[in-house]
Structures are given as C-alpha cells and as structure tokens.
Design a binder for this molecule. Structure first.
Ligand code: F6R
Length: 606
C-alpha cells in the first residue's frame, strides 16, 4: 500500500510534503518520512506511527531544500518501526527511495547483493531497490533507476533522489499508481491527485513501464528508454477539505451524513421518476442484452455486491455471481456469453479489484464500476462508471459509502428492470417512493444513539460476537461483524442464520452476544426460530427489529428498532445501528475509531 509524494521547486518543501502525506494517509499510517536534498546533501527524517509524529518531530526545524520525497507506510515487509520506515537509504546514505508496492523477488536480489558486500539495515523489500540503484549509479540517476527496474519483479511506484544527481526526482511506475503534477517553475509527483490538487490541477497519469525525470522547470517521460509525449489532463474537481464538523470523529460524522448521501443520490440519479446515469457510458441496448453479471469487490464493497446479486436476480432475472476480487482473479472464469464484470470500490484503488478489471478486460469483458473517488484508477480504467457520490470518506471503516453503494445498486437494478421489461411503471413508482422515504427513516434511527451507547457499554467486554441474518440481511450480518472487528478488535463473525445449526451454534453460551437482524420480511418467522435456538443455549440476543414489533420483546435481551420499509431496503436501514454499535463499543475500549490498527483506507497491494 503506502502513499508517496514528491516536490521540486522553490516553495516550502517540507509543508508541501507533509500536507501531501496527510492526504495520502488513507493509504497507510504505520510510519511516515521525508528525504530532502539541500545544497547537494541528502537528509532524511522518519517516524513510526501516524503523520503527526513526524510533524511533531519536524515542527521546530527549518528545512531548506528544493527537492524532496515523502512516504506514508502500510507495513508489508518488516514491522512498523523507524528502521523500516521509508525513505529507505542506500549504503552510502546518498540515495533515497520511497516505494508503494511489493517486490516479489526481493529475497533473491537481497542475497545476491549481500554476496557483493551490501549490508542491509531494514527488513523491507524496498531497501534492495535503493541498493540496486546505487549499484547501477554511474552517470545519471535515470539510467540507474531504469536498470534497477529491470531487475525488479512485483509492483512498484517509486520516487528516487540522489546526491549525485541532485536537481531531479526520478520516478518509475509498474503496477502501483503514480501521477505527475505539472506546475510553473515547480513540479510534483504523488500516488494520487488529491495529495497535490491544491497546488496544481494539471496532471499526467503515468502508465506501467514509464519512467519520468522530474526537474524544476521540466519533466521527461520515457518508456523503454525512449522519450514519449503524454497528455496533461486538467482535473475538474477541487481539493476537498474535510473536517470533523464538530463531531468527535470522522466516522461519527460520516454515519450522521448518511441521510444526506441518500438524498444526494436520489436527486442526482432520479429525474421525473426515471433513473439516469450520465457516466454509465454503456448504452441501453448493450445493457438490455446482458445475460450475466459477475460482481467483484473486497470487504465492505463485497458485502454491497452480495446485496446487488439479490436485487438484480430478483427484479431483472439476470444471473449474477459475486466474487471476492482476490478470488476472482485466480479462478478460471467462464468467458462465454454476453456478460459484464461489475467492480465495486469506494477508493477506486483497491489493488485486487483493479487487477480483476484488467484481467476481465483482457478476456473481453466489459467492465462497469461503482466508484466513489473520481479520477481513481478504477474510475479511469472501467468502460462505464456509476459514482456513489458519498463525498470524501475519511474514517477508515466504510460507513456512508456502504449505504451509498446499496442505494446506487438499487437504482441500477431499477434501471435494468425497466430496460429488461421485468419491472412495470407502477411497480417502479412504488419502489422509488419507498426509496425516497429512506433519508427520513435514517434520521429517525440516528435519534436512538443514547440507547445504542447503553447497549455498547453492556457488551463491550465480550470476547466475541456473532451476527446473523437471512436473505438480503445476510450481507448486513457480515457487514456488522466486519465493522465490529475492525473498530474494536473483538472477534466477530457473520453467518446466514440458517447456517448456525451447522456448526457455529457450538460457540453459543451465556457469554456470547448474538446480533440478530430480524426486520419484517419473508423469513421473519424463520429468524424467530433461530433466535429461539440461540436463547435456548443461553446466548444473549441483540435484535434489530421493525418498529412496532412487540412480539420480539419476548426473544430479545436488547432491541434496536428500525422503521418499517420493504424487505429489499432493510439492509440500508439495519446497517446503521450496527455501525453505531461498533463505534460505541470501540470507544468504550479506547480504540482509534478513525484509524484502526493495521488497516488502511485504500488497499493498494494484492
Ligand atoms: C471496511 C472497509 C474495507 C473496504 C475494502 C475495499 O470498513 O472499508 O473492507 O471496503 O478494503 O475497499 P474499496 O471499496 O475502496 O475497494
């Protein structure tokens, strides 16, 4: 994973690098560091922990210099300490590199270099890159980087500075994203546009195999040693400065923004009761002919995909498969027929999801993506895109974008149903009216926060949790369990409620809280039977039920009510108390809810 940034120019180098790193911290926050060349001399500062540790370390220092690179790390090789933090330096400490990606043949290269007398200080794969570059460094830095890149197997976006060639940053991209920001008398590089967008909107997206030499007044891009011309694209969006707006955490703010997000999606995509997706780019005829969807995504986005399958199959009768991206890539997918691969991703940068898009396109699938971040790799590489428009999601655990994905998938399903004639106008009217009621219903759920806090306090000391649901709420059970795990580090598992008796029921005793998602639905009675089975084994039941369900009181230790809505929409409402439950349990346990340990907002390694 990791984020890299670089600057060459006359402005305040340190602050440009540190602000850039802050904006890239969604890519990892295990450590941060910068390397600067000043008067031909390389200096490096790095600190384990979040960017603010580095900020603190540098706050009273005056760092001069016109060339610098920075890095925020998500540890892959070696624990997140200072030695393993980037920039990694060469043996002479005169070359520095920052790296995003994984070098797969690093052990082999390391042992070769060791035999030549190289001494390694870190456990990182990155350190071998900088040793290799120094080994090849004779005339100019770019030739050395080019030669080193040839030896490296894996994914890499690197930025390199060297005392021997002090007026440039050399970057190389293969697999991991990298952009150049073009300025006047200054230039930038970064893992993504948002790190530098407040300085320049003129962006060059590098492609795999490209090397660039970035100088103050110039930049040169090469492929296989030959200079190439690349188009400068002007990004159309502005820097989004996101603050907590008075909330204690970004996550809480984002949970509270969910009604607004749903309203925004409805107003963007519904006009005169018709669904319009401007950026879809796949024409109606093409869509109407689709015989099969294969959805692929990771984590929370995969949970959205699971609901997508229910909706698409139920209302459009198009067979739909759902894969976890890292599995899709390695299975021998059947490519016959008229099919579309659907990618779902908040960040638009998830390496596995992106790799599947490339794999799918190489097999002549069209790719449609549901993406939140505009300009991201998945956005740019898909044939058609539906934006989930949830705005910047800063909390590492996805909340508002999950709801946005569910609403977008619902609208997409309605759109398809109309195209395929599986939904008539009357039915569509009812469906859309129910959708329009959601924001108000979400706000109503958010009024129960005090009650949820009490439940969180009661169960915060539990060692593990189980979440169960059926049908459309099986994904909700998975999502509730994921939120709790990532925020509170309590082990939690989600199951289809009917599966309990096939094994997981063995876990149930008086210490195990079981969150049961049981709104009014076709499977309500079956859920009640499952809840009884849990109670018979003394499990504690926290039940998500529909307002007015008095019957449930008999079976629940604690109840969280959601307003009445059609079954297909219940996942959108039911997930909200689960997000709050995870949030408040994590607070009880003093966990860092916005940046939980070991995680990153965007998973850019496979
Ligand atoms: C969980 C979470 C992750 C992401 C997953 C995919 O709260 O945020 O599970 O959903 O890493 O990320 P995107 O959607 O950016 O592809």
């Amino acid at each position: 994973m990791c984020g890299i940034v670089g600057y060459i120019g006359d402005r305040d180098l340190t602050s440009i690098l540190l602000v850039g790193l802050e904006r890239l911290s969604y890519r990892g926050y295990d450590s941060a560091g910068i390397a600067v060349i000043s008067d031909g001399e390389l200096s490096c500062w790095k600190k384990p922990g979040k960017i603010h540790a580095l900020n603190e370390a540098l706050k009273n220092m005056i760092i001069q210099g016109q060339v610098g690179i920075g890095h925020t790390r998500w540890a892959t090789h070696g624990e997140p300490n200072e030695v393993n933090a980037h920039p990694q330096l060469s043996q002479s400490r005169r070359v520095a590199v920052v790296h995003n990606g994984i070098i797969e043949n690093y052990l082999e290269l390391k042992s070769k270099l060791k035999k030549e007398g190289h001494i390694f200080l870190s456990q990182t794969d990155t350190e071998i890159i900088v040793h290799l570059i120094e080994r090849y460094l004779q005339d100019d830095l770019e030739s050395a980087v080019e030669l080193a890149a040839k030896d490296l197997v894996g994914s890499l976006a690197i930025a390199v500075v060297a005392e021997a060639d002090p007026d440039k940053i050399v970057v190389y991209k293969k697999g991991s994203p990298l952009v150049i920001g073009v300025g006047k008398g200054e230039n930038y590089i970064a893992s993504d546009v948002n790190a530098i967008i407040s300085h320049t909107k003129n962006i060059i997206y590098l492609d795999d195999g490209e090397l660039a030499i970035i100088e103050k007044n110039n930049y040169t891009i090469k492929r296989n040693g030959k200079i190439i011309n690349k188009e400068i694209q002007t990004v159309k969006w502005d820097a989004v400065i996101s603050d907590k707006n008075g909330y204690e955490h970004y996550m809480l703010k984002e949970i509270y923004e969910q009604a607004i997000v749903v309203r925004k999606l409805i107003s963007k995509y519904l006009q005169n009761n018709k669904v319009h997706f401007k950026s879809l780019k796949l024409d109606k005829e093409e869509l109407a002919k689709i015989k099969r969807f294969i959805i692929q995504a990771c984590g929370t986005s995969w949970h959205s995909g699971l609901l997508g399958k229910y909706l698409i199959e139920k209302y459009t009768r198009i067979p739909t498969e759902v894969d976890i991206s890292s599995e899709f890539r390695y299975r021998d997918i059947i490519t016959e027929g008229n099919k579309i691969v659907v990618a779902i991703s908040q960040s638009g940068e998830t390496a596995d999801t992106l790799a599947c898009i490339r794999e799918a396109k190489s097999k002549f699938f069209k790719v449609l993506s549901f993406v939140n971040v505009k300009g991201s790799s998945i956005d740019r590489e898909s044939d058609g895109v539906i934006y989930t428009h949830s705005g910047p999601e800063i909390g590492v655990a996805s909340t508002k974008n999950y709801v946005a994905q569910l609403v977008s998938l619902y609208l997409f399903m309605v759109h398809l149903g109309i195209l395929k004639w599986t939904l008539d106008e009357e039915k569509v009217d009812v469906m859309l009216n129910n959708l329009r009621r959601l924001p108000e219903q979400i706000d109503k759920i958010l009024q129960q926060t005090d009650h949820i806090k009490k439940i969180a306090k009661k169960y915060a000391k539990s060692k593990e949790f189980i979440f169960v649901g059926r049908g459309v709420n099986y994904p909700t059970a998975l999502e509730g369990a994921l939120k709790l795990k990532e925020l509170s580090y309590i082990h939690a598992a989600g199951y289809p409620a009917g599966e309990l008796k096939h094994g997981p029921i063995a876990l149930i005793d008086e210490n195990l809280p079981v969150v049961c998602i049981a709104p009014q639905s076709e499977t309500y009675d079956k859920m009640i039977s499952n809840i009884q089975e849990i109670r018979a084994r003394k499990g504690k039941t926290i039940v998500i039920a529909t307002e007015g369900d008095e019957n449930i009181k008999e079976y629940a230790d604690d109840i969280l009510y959601i307003p009445l809505c059609p079954e297909d929409l219940t996942p959108i409402l039911a997930v909200i108390p689960l997000q709050l439950l995870a949030y408040y349990i994590a607070l009880e346990l003093n966990c860092d809810v916005d940046q939980p340990r070991n995680l990153a907002k965007s998973v850019t390694v496979e």
